[in-house]
Design a protein around this ligand. Structure first.
Ligand code: PGA
Length: 254
């Protein structure tokens, strides 16, 4: 039985003081929530402060990216050792990083290996763009991303990974995949592929979130799908009331 997992991706939003205010509000509004793993992903500059606010709470902290090396001449990057002091999770391969910052399946794979070897819990994002979706290439493209991300990773390590299936055309657009379509893609392009790469048990252990315009009103329809274990939430995670409503609506539907 997979524990549901709902994470907020704050992207490039919130100054440190704004991030503290949001984290404090969530700490209170989600205090009585059990039965679901929770995380928020502030920008690197706010990780320290948010980690302090949420320490001892039921909300974990996620970094939005990291380099694979522990240290070195990599201006502007943060290393797994730095993340480890401030967060439990790290989001890797978000489509915005792939699209705007040159992230590839190969760099995602290097980062994933590094995160796992540093005992960080990775959330690896995958998903097709609109053209690929329209051309019927979703399954082949997502399958390729899975193969790329997990290259050289053992089954035992793979089980520690969370995947976020985020159709790029649904991110920040107000469009969502239908819950049925997302469920089908997660089955055929993710779990069946993981079962082939590893084994059935590994495929059934790995948690898969849906991401892309998740809001309070549509969370329930996704979480009741058998293959969907939670959500990676962007825009609607920036306000305490909407993220709280997403979490509570998910729990009420389970
Ligand atoms: P969104 O973002 O909820 O604003 O669509 C999701 C994501 O990019 O993780």
């Amino acid at each position: 039985m997979r524990t549901p997992f709902i994470a907020g991706n704050w992207k490039m939003h919130k100054t440190v003081s704004e991030a503290i205010t949001l984290a404090e509000a969530l700490r209170t509004s989600l205090a009585d929530v059990t039965g679901v793993d929770l995380a928020v992903g502030p920008t690197a500059t706010a990780l320290y402060a948010v980690n302090r606010v949420l320490s001892g709470s039921n909300i974990a902290v996620a970094a939005q990216n990291m380099h694979w090396e522990e240290q070195g001449a990599f201006t502007g990057e943060i290393s797994p050792l730095m993340v480890l002091e401030l967060a439990q999770y790290v989001i890797l391969g978000h489509s915005e990083r792939r699209q705007y910052f040159g992230e590839t399946d190969e760099t995602v794979n290097r980062k994933l290996k590094s995160a796992l070897s540093h005992s960080l819990s990775p959330i690896v994002c995958i998903g097709e763009n609109l053209e690929q979706n329209r051309a019927g290439e979703t399954v082949s493209f997502v399958t390729k991303q899975i193969h790329g991300a997990f290259a050289g990773i053992s089954a035992a390590e793979a089980r520690k990974v969370t995947l976020a299936y985020e159709p790029i055309w649904a991110i920040g657009t107000g469009l969502t995949a239908t819950p049925e379509d997302a469920n089908r893609i997660i089955r055929t392009a993710i779990r069946d592929v993981l079962a082939e790469l590893y084994d059935e048990q590994t495929a059934e252990t790995i948690r898969v979130q849906y991401g892309g315009s998740v809001k309070p009103h549509n969370m329930a329809a996704f979480i009741v799908m058998p293959e969907i274990d939670g959500a990676l939430v962007g825009g609607a995670s920036l306000k305490a009331d909407s993220f709280t409503a997403i979490v509570k609506n998910a729990l009420a539907a389970l």
